[in-house]
Ligand binder design. Structure first.
Ligand code: 5RP
Length: 218
């Protein structure tokens, strides 16, 4: 199977986690897009969705799936989203698509976080995928210097602006042995909006598309 076929396979499998008559949180990226397409087939069973990006909101609307503002929602039953890397503790690196901040917010509000990915995303130690950090534009150089002091190599994602009007630094050369600590440390740098480590709030379930079928890690 190609990576995209595995993403499609796992996206369909995630339909099992959709709770009828509730609001579902929806992530961003190619795997989440497959999930949106699959969700369209059962759209009449849910109350609505909250999207983690403008792109996802547009895709949901194109299928006629209701998209709600997070501020008008008390509870999200489940958040379904992809990842760039996961370890076996279900700590994640996210933000390859630049939607990390809204993704982290929607995940925080959700009772359950189901991460869907192809099996290449499971790693022993995270950090090979550059860690995205969303930064207020005027703080870009300052934040980059602080990250260099921490041993990272931050590269500005030139030409990219997040849905929140900010910039992204992709941090290379990290071997993330202590994800919870690093997530907190990066967020302490003034000017950082958030970083793409999802370790303080990891996924609850990881579904991996593979040649042998969908694998589940909890
Ligand atoms: C977007 C994300 C995505 O979940 C992540 O980049 C994985 O993308 P894909 O499903 O296309 O492999 O965090 O900000």
């Amino acid at each position: 199977m190609t990576p995209d076929e595995k993403k499609q396979q796992v996206a369909k499998a995630a339909l099992e986690y959709v709770v009828p008559d509730t609001i579902i949180g929806i992530g961003t990226g190619s795997t989440a897009n497959h999930f949106v397409d699959a969700l369209a087939s059962i759209k009449h069973t849910i109350e609505g969705t909250v999207a983690s990006s403008n792109a996802t909101a547009e895709r949901l609307k194109s299928h006629g799936i209701p998209v709600l503002e997070l501020n008008s929602v008390d509870e999200i039953s489940v958040y379904i989203d992809g990842a760039d890397e996961s370890n076996r503790h279900l700590h994640l690196i996210k933000g390859g698509g630049g939607a990390l901040t809204r993704e982290k917010i929607v995940a925080a509000v959700s009772k359950k976080f189901v991460c869907i990915a192809d099996d290449s995303k499971l790693v022993d130690v995270m950090g090979k995928f550059p860690l995205p950090v969303e930064v207020i534009p005027m703080a870009r150089s300052y934040v980059a210097r602080q990250i260099v002091k921490m041993g990272g190599n931050p590269i500005w994602r030139d030409g990219f602006t997040t849905d929140n009007g900010n910039v992204i630094l992709d941090v290379h050369n990290l071997q993330i042995m202590q994800p919870v600590q690093l997530e907190a440390e990066l967020n302490q740098i003034v000017g950082v909006v958030t970083n793409g480590l999802f370790a303080a709030r990891p996924a609850d379930v990881l579904l991996l598309g593979s040649d042998q079928g969908v694998k589940k890690i909890t």
